[in-house]
Design a protein. Sequence first.
Length: 569
Amino acid sequence: MPDVLPGGPIPAVTDWFVLVSPAYPFGEIKFYPAKQGGLTATFPHQRHNFTGLDDAPWRAGSLCLETSANAFGRRAFNVEPYEAHKRLAWHIRRACQWLEDASRGALFQPSDPFELPDYPVNESLPFSVAFAESSDSFSVWDESPDRVGIVEFFVIRRRFSLHVVKSFLTLKGTSIIAPKWGRAITDEAELISRGIWLRLKDTPALYPWEAPTTWGELRTVCKEQGVDLDSLMRAAFGAFRKENEMGRIALIGFPIAAKFGERPERMHWLAIRMPELVAGDEQARGFRPGRQSAWYHNRERMLRNNVAVNWLRSENWHNDQLATRGVLPLAVTFRKILLLGVGALGSALAELLARAGVCNMLLVDGDKFEAGNLVRHVLDLNDLKENKAAALAKRLNQVSPHGMIEAINAAFPPDRISERVRLAECDLVIDCTGSDEVIHRLSVFEWKLETLFFSVSMSLGARRLYCFSARGPAFPEEAFREQIRPWLAKDIEEQSNKEMPREGIGCWHPVFPARADDVWLLASVAIKQFERVILSPPSEPALIVFEQFQDENNFLSGVRQASIGAHSG
């Protein structure tokens, strides 16, 4: 981290252009430095201040004047006024304050969230890079003496080429760090590509807080940190014997803190699309053979000072970064979960768990996905006639790059011994089958560990949710049946005069009536109860029942806990 926070002298008079949306007082208000008489440097809380469009009289470095809450897109979260006679004046006052703070080097205060300079990503290049860095991996980097090495990527081709860091290696090929990725990354990678990585001591930024845009500027930034960029790159290129072994992506890494003034806590990597370079043992056209000539070609032709740096989009995909918008507690997410039954309720529950940070699940279901399931299942037409468990596992692995969701396409318990062993190793079991037979089989199955059981099912019409939890070496079938029996009797009594829906033509078994919105609502309630049970496991088997209730106008008002003697409403 810099000892002096970025800032710099601001002229007493500067010229600006203010662009106001036609939807004023709504829409954007942007302040741009004028090309004539405006700021030319880039400061904190400012977009990269290059010259911008040729036909515009303003530069590209618009100011960030909104409060952080503005990112939510809701006026209620923001102190910014939206009255026509107030809003523009508010922005002007903010711009004047920005200028004053910039001149004093006070745009970043100690304890402010750390912010990178605005690196101008070349959006025309269809490449994106993902890495995974945390405080744990930072301790590894902190102990490593290497400043340069080889990086391997999983390459996944979509509308753009996604390069996911597979491993960081030394120049001799020794592994330093190999992030752990889920099946969506490891199984779908079409090839493994290689590139180079360079590690700096601090954020690569020109004074006051500007991203380097040419190789000459990047050399200057490195020199200020006591790093010889050319020496590192020459060593890196020399590690590749042939040009086709050397990829076109380089990573520039440096330590960052969570807040200004604090100690660094993780590595961050910027990605660069490299020009076509010559590897160490290749001969450049017009140059003598040999490593020295190859490097001279790269340095003087392809990486000369006035050549632009093609910054690519790069993101930290570590779990603790992707989960910042909402995640279940670690006590839930670290578990190996066995989920039995992935029908309407089970599939909704599984998706909510996966999106809340649960990466390790084993799904068990012997059924195939049919057209009738479409009305309330998370799978779709592409999955018709596929095994439900396998299709859902594939979908959920796409939810997170760390997903390790597996499937067993069989009824519980499966016949194969190897599959039974996988089941027994799970320490948390969720039963969503609603099957009396499965309840019995749960009670006689041999579990290796003391297991936390959570059985969840719905009443007819999805009016009620039954959540049974227990902890022990076996599922307590007798306690379950005793506690749920009066509720099932009540359910039957309430539905006795109603005809069940049937599917298709002929003498078919009636289908379970429930709308998707009711199923997903109860699945959300089940997640809340599931979290509560894990954080405070039951000392005795317990059944908690929730029911939907409506107000006098017959609108849904919510879900509440119910008791067997209570009026059903």
